[in-house]
Design a protein around this ligand. Structure first.
Ligand SMILES: C[S@@+](CC[C@H](N)C(=O)[O-])C[C@H]1O[C@@H](n2cnc3c(N)ncnc32)[C@H](O)[C@@H]1O
Length: 257
């Protein structure tokens, strides 16, 4: 077994995180630079250090779980959701259940909550927001952001759904109450079921083809009838029909009955 393979195996035993399901070249490049930056000449010696030092372990996990996010990331896609996808659901459903999978620091589920509450009202929406990384979830629960995260947010939305406190913006309590954050590993844990909309963006690009296929199948099972799967702007699905999906719009897939 190569140095990297042994490292992956040991990390899996220690943390439950299976790096073999992430694209190898990309992950290896990222970890090699971190390993070298910390002065280790092999992955194995890096593991022994991680094993003893909580801070090093945290730094490693942060590197693996790239956390960048922002409100209304790729705004034109959110317009499709708001103008085309959700109004169709409104005709069929009095309530809506949405899952933001790999939600990072919360910008994505709060964007969903803002949009959906304008259509259903905040009492009729349920948003489940999950991520593997407990640190980002702790930040997401606080709901406090720097202006940079809000660069795609219009002024009226900013005024209505955020409270400015000096240089930071706090998400309104009514919006916060619609979102439930939970730790969840897409590669290992049980999925929520009967979900109307699954939003999973900018994480599947890091996984191997096999891992992606398993996840697409599991998302398809997790969706309710006519449910919609919204992917990231570089993450179009190849042959969606093999997972029981049909293309609804670019980056949106509908579960076939
Ligand atoms: C780049 S962020 C995407 C955030 C948001 N979805 C967006 O598009 O702005 C990727 C997130 O995927 C999470 N992640 C990585 N591996 C994961 C896994 N196996 N299960 C669940 N989340 C994972 C990371 O912790 C990180 O917060």
């Amino acid at each position: 077994m190569s140095d990297y393979q042994q490292f992956i195996h040991k990390i899996y035993k220690k943390t439950g995180l299976d790096l073999s399901l992430y694209k190898e070249a990309q992950m290896k490049r990222r970890l090699t630079s971190l390993c070298q930056k910390r002065g280790f000449d092999s992955f194995l010696s890096y593991f022994h250090a991680i094993n003893k030092d909580q801070q090093l372990l945290q730094e490693f996990l942060d590197k693996v779980t790239i956390n960048v996010s922002e409100f209304y990331r790729n705004p034109s896609r959110w317009k499709v959701l708001e103008r085309n996808v959700l109004p169709v659901f409104k005709q069929k459903r009095n309530k809506i259940k949405i899952w933001s999978a790999a939600c990072s620091t919360g910008e994505e589920p709060y964007t969903l909550a803002i949009i959906a509450s304008q259509i259903w009202g905040s009492h009729n929406i349920e948003i489940i927001a999950t991520d593997i990384d407990p640190n980002v979830l702790a930040r997401a629960k606080q709901g406090i952001y720097k202006e940079r995260a809000l660069q795609e947010v219009s002024d009226p939305i900013k005024k209505k759904y955020f409270h400015q406190e000096g240089p930071t913006f706090k998400v309104d309590e009514k919006i916060k109450r619609t979102v439930t954050f939970k730790q969840h590993n897409l590669l290992a844990d049980k999925y929520p079921m009967n979900v109307d909309i699954i939003v999973c963006r900018n994480v599947l690009i890091y996984f191997t083809e096999e891992a992606k296929q398993t996840i697409y199948n599991r998302f398809s099972q997790a969706l309710a009838k006519d449910g919609v799967f919204f992917v990231g702007s570089t993450e179009q699905i190849f042959s969606p029909e093999q997972y029981g999906f049909r293309v609804l719009d670019t980056f949106f897939y509908e579960k076939q009955a």
